[in-house]
Ligand binder design. Structure first.
Ligand code: ADP
Length: 750
């Protein structure tokens, strides 16, 4: 809106092509859509990666539990074989029974049908075996299947000797090829082996399950077992267990998982014949038609002479837990924010153009031009309201973005992800800064910025601001100096926050556009004006562009490959703020040598004089006031000193307190005639201290005068002071005469 007064620039601006006017909103849209997409990918990947990790860990845990359970069972068989180590061939059926019943198989090892012993027989030993077992009380005993074979085995003990296990009594497992292969391997290697997959002879027609048999070879103790031949010769038989797969796997896992499906095959290539276990068959589960698992995995483990192939798939229950809607929510919120943001930027550009167009069309007719100004101001105000609402709406989801990214940074430690998340973090911060800048600028443009004038310590403020920027300068190896001339007042009345904002922006730019040398902040004072200069030894600004750089979105290097990031709003905001504070800003620069940005601020009298009007000439020549004991509660040491020295001029002494609580305690302990009470104090404020004093006073029956001291002229605050129990309120800065009048009133009144 400042452009209206400058016809040259107006003309120049209105001639710009639509593309020039649209590039910024489009850029904002593109940048924020890209950041949104990027952030969504990061969040979505994070969710999927974590889910995959959960899936793989669960799969791995299942496979290792099953294999570990087999190892545990092998120990049971080795224990049984140890009976032969102790007693040789004299182990009896009864001892076997006692060993096995002590194991409590059905409770501790579900799925293991029993622990048995199958004896190794040559054709010559067959008859003796038949006689021996029949003599033990089993006249029906014979070796199955019948027929002459070069070698036999016969299951003579299988405990518990249940009806199911009795079906295996006398069965020659060596006659069946799968079993025979596993037995041969166990005999030849001396290792435990498993025959899989087989149908156990214990199976009936109901509830059929695939089965396997675990064999531990048992050799005669006295014979050597170093070579394969020696092991053949020494073989006594096999300690073994029949295992029903469904029962074994289900009991191993406690409960079959509901969110994933798995199969176990014996053999590297899965086939119908190699299937040992299927959780879907075991659970009698059906899948929705066309269902495709999100994750699948296969692992193979070699154990007991077999390759065990575990394959896993996720089930619909897993997908529900995955909850990708979170990342979709981010995507939608992001797209929405991006659109709002670009609308905001477009609106910004449009309302500016609108005002300029009106101004140009009407520039010769004074009244009409005034009408244009009113229209522009109205448009500007409407825009400012819209921007305030929009930026709030945008900031809310932005906050969610930023905290989501922050959480991701904390949760996801994967270095590759960390890098991506870091980029997303940077982009979101930039976007956030941009929203804040746009809002700031539109407020300034609509003259909706409140300048809070209050006194503050300028030297401290300068030191703190420079200290804050030092790390940034050091990162680039630049010096950052502060030079304050003695003529600069210690305290000034102005808007500290806005002054800091301008300084930070100028120092930030100076650091950004300087690669070598230093940045210097010099402050000088003269005739009620403080002049701030921020100079650098950086890239400089061409003479013809020094005028325009205070305009919005003016960046000297606007190419897509530009080296310096930024929004092009910083200087426009700084200019607006300086002017609102009553000052001027300008730049001097030489290309390649550096720039100096200078701005002035008119300063009101420093508070030491203004606060209570210490000037002797202003003081009414009055007599000393009656002797009185005053309690002065004020946390600011400077204000305290000023009031004390003012009181001293009329021979008044005061005890001081720095907090409301201290004031209350001192009032309780001492005898005071009057209290001067500041409002804003740490621990307990002046209002609260006054209320406390009034509450306690009710019992004492004597009322002390309390004069409140406040920097707020606001009517509501004065009302609040009176309600708290203050008798009078003085608004800072007040004249000494006003203070004495008030004191006099309260010292006189009993
Ligand atoms: P930005 O966010 O791009 O820094 P500003 O409004 O703060 O926006 O600055 C506008 C442009 O003025 C910058 O892009 C840069 O080209 C130029 N500029 C500002 N300060 C300096 C400096 N100290 N040295 C050189 N160029 C500067």
């Amino acid at each position: 809106m400042h452009m209206q007064n400058d016809p040259d620039i107006t003309t120049q601006k209105t001639r710009t092509s639509p593309w020039t006017q649209l590039w910024f909103p489009l850029l904002v849209l593109a940048v924020s859509l890209v950041s949104t997409f990027f952030l969504w990918r990061v969040i979505d990947h994070g969710i999927v990666d974590r889910a995959e990790y959960r899936f793989r860990s669960q799969a791995q845990e299942i496979a290792s539990k099953v294999i570990k359970r087999l190892h545990d069972h092998e120990q049971v068989l080795l224990g049984a074989n140890a009976l032969f180590h102790v007693k040789g061939d004299t182990v009896t059926r009864d001892e076997w029974l006692r060993y096995v019943s002590a194991l409590r198989l059905s409770e501790n090892h579900p799925g293991i049908l029993g622990v048995g012993y199958t004896v190794w027989l040559t054709p010559a030993q067959k008859e003796a075996n038949l006689r021996k077992i029949r003599a033990e009380g089993f006249p029906e005993y014979f070796i199955r299947p019948p027929g002459d074979r070069p070698a036999y085995t016969s299951i003579i003990w299988l405990e518990p000797f249940t009806w199911r296990n009795q079906r295996a009594f006398g069965y020659d497992m060596y006659a069946e090829p799968v079993r025979r292969a596993a037995m041969d391997k166990a005999r030849d290697t001396g290792e435990t082996t498993i025959a899989a997959r087989i149908t156990l002879v214990q199976e009936t027609d109901q509830d059929q399950q695939y089965g396997m048999l675990m064999y531990v070879p048992s050799y005669r103790q006295a014979m050597p077992t170093d070579t394969v031949e020696q092991r053949h010769a020494a073989l006594r038989g096999f300690v073994y267990s029949p295992i029903r797969m469904n029962d074994f796997v289900s009991s191993t896992l406690g409960k079959l998982p509901t969110d994933l499906d798995f199969e176990i095959h014996a053999g590297e290539t899965p086939s119908v014949d190699s299937l040992m276990f299927s959780s879907r068959l075991a659970d009698k589960r059906t899948l929705p038609e066309g269902y495709r698992p999100i994750f699948s995995s296969t692992s193979t483990i070699e154990a007991y002479g077999n390759i065990w192939r575990f394959s896993f798939n996720t089930l619909p229950a897993f997908d529900v837990e995955l909850n990708r809607s979170k990342s979709l929510a981010t995507l939608f919120t992001g797209i929405l924010s991006s659109i709002l943001l670009s609308v905001l930027a477009a609106l910004q550009a449009h309302s500016r153009r609108h005002a300029l167009t009106i101004a140009e069309q009407m520039k010769n007719a004074k009244e009409v031009a005034e009408a244009a100004k009113a229209a522009s101001e109205q448009a500007s105000r409407a825009k400012s309201d819209f921007l305030a609402t929009m930026s709030h709406e945008i900031r809310t989801p932005m906050t969610v973005f930023m905290s989501a990214i922050e959480q991701l940074q904390y949760i996801d430690k994967d270095p590759a992800h960390q890098q991506l998340i870091g980029l997303a973090d940077q982009s979101s911060r930039r976007l956030y800064a941009l929203v804040n800048d746009i809002l700031d600028f539109s407020k300034i443009e609509a003259r909706r910025v409140d300048i809070d004038e209050d006194w503050f310590n300028l030297r401290c403020c300068l030191q703190e601001t420079v200290a804050m920027m030092t790390a940034k300068a050091q990162e680039k190896g630049l010096g950052l100096l502060l030079e304050v001339s003695p003529a600069v007042p210690e305290c000034i009345v102005s808007d500290q926050h806005r002054l800091e904002q301008v300084l930070i922006n100028l120092i930030g730019n100076a650091i950004k556009f300087t690669d070598h040398g230093e940045v210097k902040v010099s402050v000088r004072g003269r005739d009620g004006i403080v002049e701030f200069a921020v100079s650098d030894t950086g890239i400089g600004i061409p003479a013809d562009q020094q005028e325009t750089i205070f305009e919005t979105f003016s960046q000297l290097d606007s190419s897509s490959t530009r080296r310096y990031d930024g929004t092009g709003l910083g200087l426009a905001i700084s200019k607006g703020l300086v002017e609102l504070m009553g000052g001027r800003i300008s730049v001097r620069s030489r290309l390649g040598q550096g720039s100096t940005f200078t701005f002035t601020l008119p300063v009101k009298n420093p508070p030491a004089e203004s606060l209570v009007g210490l000037d002797q000439n202003e003081m009414p020549a009055t007599t000393d006031l009656p002797e009185a004991h005053i309690l002065l509660a004020e946390d600011n040491p400077m204000v305290r000193d000023v009031i004390l020295s003012t009181l001293f001029r009329r021979n008044l002494r005061a005890t001081t307190a720095e907090t409301g609580r201290e004031a209350f305690q001192k009032w309780q302990a001492g005898h005071f005639d009057l209290i001067l009470m500041d409002l804003q104090m740490p621990e307990m404020d002046g209002l609260e201290a006054t209320r406390e004093i009034r509450r306690r006073e009710a019992c004492k029956g004597k009322r002390i005068g309390i004069i409140g001291l406040t920097a707020h002229a606001n009517h509501n605050i004065q009302q609040e002071c009176r309600e708290a129990g203050m008798d009078e309120v003085l608004v800072k800065p007040f004249e000494a005469a006003k203070l004495f009048e008030a004191i006099e009133r309260y010292l006189d009144s009993p």
